[in-house]
Design a protein around this ligand. Sequence first.
Ligand code: UDX
Length: 454
Amino acid sequence: MLASGLSRGVGVIGAGYVGLTLSVFLASKGVKTICVEKDRVKVRKIMDGVSPIHEQGLPELLHHVVRNGVLEARDEIGDMMERVEIVFITVGTPTGSDGVPDLSQVKEASRQVGEAMSTSRAARPLIVVKSTVLPGTTWHVVRPIIEEVSGRSCGDGFHLCVNPEFLREGSALQDTMNPDRIIIGAKHSEAAERLKKFYEALYHPSKIPTIITTPTNAELIKLATNAYLALKISFINLISQICEATEDGDVGVIAEGLGLDPRIGPLFLRAGLGFGGSCLPKDLRALRWFAASRGVDTSLLEAIIGINRAQRLRAVEKAESMLGGLSGKRVAVLGLAFKPGTDDIREAASIDIIRELLARGAEVRVHDPAALENARQVLGESVTYCSGLYECLNGADLAIIATEWPEYADIDPSTIKSLMRKTLIIDGRRILNTRRLMEEGIRVHTVGLHNPLA
Ligand code: UDX
């Protein structure tokens, strides 16, 4: 028996942010983990002890657990079922712009698991859906596929749970090690109890608040969490627009005041260019689609999405008005990642802003400490990639801070003045000392700050 309470190991299908972080964490706890990933390049990297994703603390731990043989990655499920008791499904669930979820990876993973179960002698494996899915998906899509392909029935032949994750990119490992809650959705209490016990042993001696509920509720808790976080961001961004229209409003002070109300709390009230990333925008669209398909009024969800879109466009419009037109103007975009600490540019504000700047005739130079290569895949040769911050500012008419990388906060005013053609800055993430820069003769427009001179 292992420290986790299991006599065999754990399988993880999908080595994305969630799957890989979970795999490395489990292995670091001594749980023999097999991670199945169809991308062979990723598998090879993992087996070489190299992390395929940019995530704090992950490369060192991954290297350690692979070298010790506790974590194994492979591109096929093979005999995995014989060697594991629990299988986590952590594949992606992308959504189109209409919000219709693409369940092809979830279906494929369910089929693979079912197939492996059909030839396995392992009694009652516990299958856990961690991918973010719409209400009803686990019970009405995953379960029937596994039942049909494996020839086993849920409850007798295997157990099934929904167990959403809440980890943030950039602190994915920390969040996996210290979850603020555990949500388990299951139709059979025995299934839920198995997973609960596994986590109790894993996180011992900490006691993590745990909710055991139906699969539907578990699926919805995840979507509601992300929608609520997005709501807070769009709300404060709406207030930031109002601040800009006042005599001397400053959204930072408003957020501070709001956050002191214990019913509201201080987190997710940072105004700026809005939310991006691989989860918030897509989960919000999926929830909107689901609500609409059930005849539920989606105007609140529409508003959250609309404000987020507008916030990006406002930055471009501000740039246009500060420069008196964008055609032929050189704009430096500082920061491409959807937030600092990651190289992920999925649904990043920077990308929409750059596309709009280009559409309006600007010449765009970009910088990011981690995400240049990923951006190149999306933006191609339409912009100039600069590996140095000052190289990016060189000859620029205006700079837009699109990601709050700490190094941008310390840009030296005299360097700005010596490098830029015009010293105009839009601080989309509110990290600059606006007053100090203005005193140096640099025009700064800070989102959410009334500034008649900018
Ligand atoms: C999010 C959820 O936080 C996490 O629980 C879920 O599992 C996955 O989605 P993540 O996408 O890593 O995590 O990023 P997060 O830190 O939540 O930030 C999302 C976006 O909102 C970023 O673009 C960030 O810049 C923006 N944001 C966040 C704000 O604009 N203001 C804030 O106050 C907070």
